[in-house]
Design a protein around this ligand. Sequence first.
Ligand code: 13P
Ligand code: SF4
Length: 352
Amino acid sequence: SPSDPNLVARARAAKEKLGDRVFILGHHYQRDEVIEFADVTGDSFKLAREAAARPDAPYIVFCGVHFMAESADILTSDEQQVILPDLAAGCSMADMATSEQVEECWDVLAEAGIADVTVPVSYMNSSADIKAFTGRNGGTICTSSNARRALDWAFEQGEKVLFLPDQHLGRNTAVLELGLSLDDCVLYNPHKPNGGLTVEQLRAAKMILWRGHCSVHGRFDVSSVEEVRERIPGVNVLVHPECRHEVVTAADHVGSTEYIINTLDAAEPGSAWAIGTELNLVRRVAAAHPDKQVVFLDKTVCFCSTMNRIDLPHLVWTLESLVEGTVVNRIRVDAETEKFAKVALDRMLALP
Ligand code: 13P
Ligand code: SF4
């Protein structure tokens, strides 16, 4: 639906008044009405780098989800204030790994005698606490655009990887990019004693995958891929690596949100694409390429509900508050957590 013209005018006026003092970042899953006001759009990796590259902006308004705003706070100076327009914009996947559960898992690995040879690799989609755990224990953060390089690095540091919290990104990268077998991977269930695994299973594994997933991408399945191939002969199936292994295996291309955009930009006019990722992005890509046929991989999958919480009314409220001199919804990571989380994030930023 078209945005309320009055709100659009208010957002424009507030942004203009703030000038260079505000920098607005927009993740590719944000609504059109929000993306319109973003100074930069990107995938999680690009946005982390962009936030770090703006030392002069006192206010960073992060239109995305909570873990992204936390990462921006960690990567920016103490004087800069990071704002999340709606504090309820979390991520169900990030919530699937709590710091107590992860510490308990590390104890299980220690008891099995393998903690010393295990390197934690945590997906950006995790809380600052999990990132701090990762930094304290010699590990790195990764995103969907550098997971392969992060795993290559990790296997140079140790024999095994504990991959948190997205089992699918971990498995897809290990099997499809590093050439490990499915048998090299075990699934650690934080709700079961010892993760539901025997000591022998843990010792034999190369990849210990946390049992987390994205509720949006988890809904795509192989039948959607088969159905679209039948319906549109010659279609290119392009999916995000948070999709299940069978889906990624059945697809033609896999990559981050930024990769998806770049792939469509480079595609031949007249080509057909079925995209398996969040709907705001797919719709925008389709609108940007009227010369190509772009369809959503599955009719039943919808938006990321937490990404969608950031809307124009929240953005206007945030910006107008700043104009009045009030910082609302500041995201602030405590100094101790920040110190170790930054170690892990800096390792990611330094990956070759
Ligand atoms: P990327 O934008 O890094 O591909 O991540 C997708 C995602 O799910 C963010 O929550
Ligand atoms: Fe989290 Fe999935 Fe939404 Fe990304 S799309 S923010 S992983 S729930």
